[in-house]
Design a binder for this molecule. Structure first.
Ligand code: FES
Length: 151
């Protein structure tokens, strides 16, 4: 003959509390993993559009420095073909390049590195290593110049 009597109430309550405690522990440890997959990923910072000057105030051959929100400096330079912006940091060992208007080139005084108006290496270690200047994307809207800058 089988015993069909229910377990004592205290045993049933203990079992329920034990099960709830187990669920709570699972939620505490595994819940964060589950939420990582359920919640949307944090957005990666997109480049930011930044006003950097007026085309009419930058004659052909002129160059001036501006800083991105990250602190990096860029040389905004007007060439016969348009306007460009290159990072002022030399890709060789990190010295600062500057624009030489008469030679129409960017020059790095540390080791004699040189770059043409398109940022291509033409002399010194950057030419040997074939490392151009890093360029920023620009947009000209009317007379206004905007750069897509890293933030
Ligand atoms: S750091 Fe510019 S050429 Fe060496």
């Amino acid at each position: 003959m089988t015993d069909h009597t229910p377990p004592p109430a205290s045993t049933s309550r203990r079992g329920l509390l034990s099960m709830l405690a187990g669920l709570g522990a699972c939620a505490a440890t595994g819940g964060s993993f589950v939420f990582r997959y359920l919640l949307p990923k944090p957005a990666v910072a997109e480049p930011q559009r930044m006003y950097v000057g007026q085309l009419s105030e930058l004659p052909v051959g002129a160059s001036r420095l501006f800083r991105a929100p990250s602190g990096e400096g860029y040389l905004l330079t007007r060439t016969v073909d348009g306007v460009v912006a290159f990072n002022e940091t030399c890709p060789h060992l990190g010295c600062k390049v500057h624009w030489q208007r008469d030679e129409r080139q960017f020059f790095c005084p540390c080791h004699g590195g040189a770059f043409d108006a398109e940022g291509r290496p033409t002399a010194g270690p950057p030419k040997d290593e074939d490392t151009p200047l890093a360029e920023l994307e620009l947009a000209v809207v009317g007379d206004a110049i905007y750069a897509l800058v890293p933030v």
